[in-house]
Ligand binder design. Structure first.
Ligand code: PEP
Ligand code: MG
Length: 540
């Protein structure tokens, strides 16, 4: 039995078998070799293996998602035959006397950078593909097995780190828990784990080479511990605790169908946060009154090209239709910082959290923005949709957004495409937006306070930096005063204000938020019933 402590992201308990997500791509080591011919031969074997893998991925994708979406795997097979790419690998091995893994990784980086710098959009998008095939080759060279998530039994995922784009691609039904060596409790990967309602630990100092697939582990989100190869006694105890947790959750089911009102009869809109269409099931299951934050950027992650207007329209339409008239607030693209995807070619920045991200990208690259707005306006016909813009710092930005919105409306009218103009609000997640919230309130329909970023920017603490977790204090007086100021300014102009950051689900602050006058709280679906219970206890 080996026990490690980390930082808990979601309080839950589970037991199951481990799947180790070993990402060779991150840690390719450079090694000197004598026999360069053997290394070159290893590359050829890895390529044949990769082609075989891609052929079966193609066949599977054709059946599941159709020929058009499967075509990417054919493109990858063709790239594996590109002479320049193959020559570069061979050349690095022969001239630098290095191992095959290193030559492939460096070639992948070089080619990706070259594609990223091209003018042509199509070629730029190939940067992600060349990285992808290089990672596949490196994995084959290291002999790492590819995990087939479809065939996998529900398991505990153990990894060095997980990016939001990796997490979002995982089949939620197949994951019992996440345990990672790195990662901050405020990252989007952590938020996704909370949304999935599964125990998750980050910052666990495990030696991954001592952990292997199929090991049994207990993940205890309450004590922030993972225990590998537990004793029989601990297994029995854990089973009992899992049953008790289930029973506690069952008690909360009484809250379903109840109004979210305080003892004095004040109603709070209690909504849920989602990141994908499949999360809508959790929203309905937990009886949220609406969706207060649909992080639409997750539709853009884990793929190699932009989602089309049609793909986005279908996703938004499906969500608003399923919510059947209940409010659905869709936040426009908030990509950047930790939410990275290669085909955007955002490039490396010294301070990505303060960088080219979210609304800044949308205003600078209006074509990307317009595609999303068109999809949103079209989907709005099918239900109660609202749009929300992230990372706002000025009234000027809101005016520019409205200009683009008018162009989009005009285009849709000219093309005789039906649409409705939804309610439009903004996220308040920068101190600048807080300080001018009086002026912003005149321009928009509502505010939703993003406490995750507001804490980061107010306290000057990178929410991604795991070493700063202890300093990241969303209970800081400065943050709470800002929330009060935003609510007051919204009300002064007859607008409503909610909280959609993680702090909205903090039971210790619920009463304080209600006293501040908050109108809405949008939280991860698993927190809805707990929060309803808490609000119903409040006497003002
Ligand atoms: C926030 O910043 O509080 C927020 C809700 O947005 P995100 O966590 O996606 O940045
Ligand atoms: Mg944010």
């Amino acid at each position: 039995m080996v026990r490690f402590s980390g930082k808990s992201v979601y309080k839950g308990i589970t037991m199951g078998s481990v799947v180790l997500l070993d990402k060779a791509g991150c840690q390719v080591k450079r090694g000197k070799v004598e026999d360069t011919d053997t290394e070159a031969a290893r590359v050829r074997v890895a390529i044949e293996q990769a082609k075989e893998q891609l052929r079966s991925l193609y066949d599977k994708a054709v059946k599941e998602v159709g020929e058009a979406s499967a075509a990417i795997f054919e493109v990858h097979q063709m790239m594996l035959e590109d002479e320049d790419y193959l020559e570069s690998i061979d050349n690095i091995i022969q001239t630098e006397n290095v191992n095959a893994e290193y030559a492939v990784a460096i070639t992948g980086d070089n080619f990706a950078e070259m594609f990223a710098g091209m003018d042509d959009d199509y070629m730029r998008a190939r940067a992600a593909d060349v990285k992808d095939i290089s990672n596949r080759l490196v994995n084959n060279l290291y002999g790492h097995e590819e995990i087939d998530f479809n065939a996998m039994e529900p398991s505990i995922i153990v990894a060095d780190d997980l990016t939001p784009s990796e997490t979002v691609q995982m089949d939620k039904e197949k994951i019992l828990a996440f345990v990672t060596v790195h990662g901050s409790t405020n990252s989007h990967t952590a938020i996704l784990a909370r949304m999935m309602n599964i125990p998750a630990l980050v910052g666990v100092p495990m030696e991954l080479d001592r952990i292997h697939n199929g090991m049994t582990a207990v993940v205890d989100g309450f004590s922030a511990e993972v225990i590998f190869e537990p004793t029989e006694e601990l297994c029995v105890k854990t089973q009992k605790r899992i049953r008790e947790e289930k029973e506690k959750n069952l008690l909360l089911q009484d809250m379903k169908g109840m109004e979210t009102i305080t003892q004095g009869g004040r109603e709070i809109k209690l909504y849920a946060n989602i990141g994908s269409i499949s999360d809508v099931g959790y929203v309905l299951e937990n009886d949220a009154a609406g969706i207060g934050l649909f992080r639409s950027e997750f539709l853009y992650l884990g793929r190699s090209d932009f989602p089309t207007e049609e793909e986005q329209f279908q996703a938004y339409r499906q969500v608003v239709q399923t919510m059947a008239g209940k409010k659905v607030i869709i936040r426009t693209l908030d990509i950047g910082a930790d939410k990275q995807t290669d085909y955007f070619n955002l490039g490396k920045e010294d301070n990505p959290a303060l960088g080219y991200r979210a609304i800044r990208i949308c205003l600078k690259q209006p074509d990307i923005f317009k595609t999303q707005l068109r999809a949103l306006l079209r989907a709005s016909v099918y239900g109660n949709l609202s749009i929300m813009y992230p990372m706002i710092i000025s009234t000027d930005e809101v005016r520019k957004i409205y200009d683009i919105m008018r162009e989009v409306q005009q285009e849709l009218e000219e093309q005789e495409i039906p649409y409705t103009l939804p309610e439009q609000g903004i996220m308040i997640e920068t101190p600048a937006a807080v300080m001018i919230s009086d002026e912003l309130a005149e321009l928009v329909d509502f505010f939703s306070i993003g406490t995750n970023d507001l804490t980061q920017y107010t306290l000057a603490i990178d929410r991604q930096n795991e070493r700063l977790d202890d300093f990241y204090n969303p209970h800081h007086k400065a943050v709470l005063k800002m929330i009060q100021m935003v609510i007051n300014n919204a009300h002064k102009h007859g607008k409503w204000a909610g909280i959609c950051g993680e702090l909205g689900a903090d039971i210790d602050l619920t009463e304080e938020f209600v006293r501040m006058g908050v109108d809405e709280l949008s939280v991860s679906p698993s927190m809805v019933l707990r929060l309803r219970k808490r609000i119903r206890e409040i006497t003002l």
